[in-house]
Design a protein around this ligand. Structure first.
Ligand code: UDP
Length: 353
């Protein structure tokens, strides 16, 4: 999980990115979205840009995000796109003609963590660095400019949960030294940092724990289950269900997710608060649903799994409903075809009549 979002009154004038007159004077909210070129981030940007009073700045290093997701906003007077990672070093190397834009004394920005668990070539250290150092840098920036800051944490903080469904009060069951710990523990430290800055410096914080999310613009090849199954169905390849297939997840359509994030940011509750769809499916059920909706001809194969795979996951959204007035609207069977459309276009697979 994925975007960090920041609002502040006094924008980036210290770095001269936004000259006077550059900006739409009607606007009264400037929002920095780190990881805004990614899957969820770019949908959030679309929604924020619909409001004429918002100016949106995106910082992304394009490790997993993609400029194309934001193409309709490039050149828009209320929009700015910056290539930047969790610390400047990872983008700007020593080279004549490189201008280093330093955002703050405290370093760089926090961007979407490289969701390593799902990449073939893993960089666990990059993941934990992004979460810890990136969040620290963003908190430094928030403190300096008096911003409210939202952290998108993750249901992975619950680890392989022993309580089901998971309420926010559950502390989780996480292996500190396992292969997916860099992500789980990284986000857990990020939550701790948020609360310590809140308590010690009075920073206004919001924490969302986001559950599995799907929809258009998901990376096709990052190994997540919904994107894998849809791409496999469209390519006519067997759907790969990782053993045992009885493990469950609860999938939230991206428009619902964005709606929840905006409500959290605008509301009065710090969180952490779960944002996710309580509709729970086993991976075998998911494969069967994708097969039925997209390509009844494909096979379903059982394949090996990775260690520490959570056996079950489902958000308890009692608090989310009560505090944010939010609940998801899009059912899995309605969301999958919307994602299929996008994947067809990107994979160049046309629908048979
Ligand atoms: N999974 C699967 N087939 C795949 C990819 C994933 O059965 O091709 C399973 C995986 O074992 C896990 C679930 O789907 O139980 C969700 O995996 P994903 O990586 O999408 O999300 P996360 O584990 O982070 O919730």
């Amino acid at each position: 999980g994925i975007i960090e979002l920041l609002q502040w009154e006094n924008p980036l004038k210290h770095i001269n990115l936004w000259e006077e007159g550059d900006v739409n004077l009607k606007s009264n909210m400037r929002i920095l979205v780190t990881g805004g070129a990614g899957f969820i981030g770019s949908h959030l940007v679309d929604k924020l840009m619909e409001n004429e009073k918002n100016e949106v700045i995106v910082a992304d290093n394009y490790f997993t995000g993609c400029k194309d997701n934001l193409r309709k906003w490039i050149g828009h007077p209320r929009f700015e796109l910056i290539r930047h990672g969790p610390d400047a070093k990872c983008i700007f190397d020593k080279r004549p003609g490189t201008r280093l834009v330093s955002f703050s004394e405290s370093g760089g920005m926090c961007i979407e963590p490289w969701d390593i668990l799902n990449l073939e070539v893993c960089d666990n250290l990059q993941t934990i660095k992004t979460n810890v150092i990136g969040t620290l840098n963003m908190l430094g920036l928030a403190k300096r400019v008096g911003a409210r800051i939202l952290l998108t944490s993750t249901s992975e903080v619950y680890g392989d949960p022993l309580v089901h469904p998971q309420p926010e009060s559950y502390w989780g069951n996480v292996n500190p030294i396992g292969v997916r710990s860099c992500y789980d523990e990284g986000k857990r430290v990020a939550e701790t940092l948020m609360f310590d800055y809140h308590r010690q410096h009075g920073i206004e914080i919001r924490i969302a724990r986001i559950f599995n999310t799907y929809g258009p613009r998901m990376n096709i090849d990052d190994g997540r289950v919904v994107s894998n199954f849809i791409a496999q169905a469209l390519r006519g390849e067997p759907l790969t269900v990782q053993k045992p297939g009885t493990q469950t997840r609860s999938f939230c359509y991206v428009s619902d997710m964005v709606d929840g994030l905006i409500r959290l940011m605008e509301g009065e509750n710090t969180g952490p608060i779960n944002i996710g769809n309580p509709g729970e499916f086993t991976m075998t059920e998911l494969a069967e649903t994708v097969k039925e909706l997209i390509n009844p001809g494909v096979e379903i194969n059982m394949v090996e799994n990775t260690p520490d795979d959570p056996r079950q996951r489902k958000p308890d959204i009692t608090n989310t409903k009560a505090l944010l007035g939010w609940e998801p609207k899009v059912k899995l069977r309605d969301g999958l075809p919307l994602m299929e459309e996008d994947f067809r276009q990107r994979l160049g697979v046309t629908k048979k009549k």
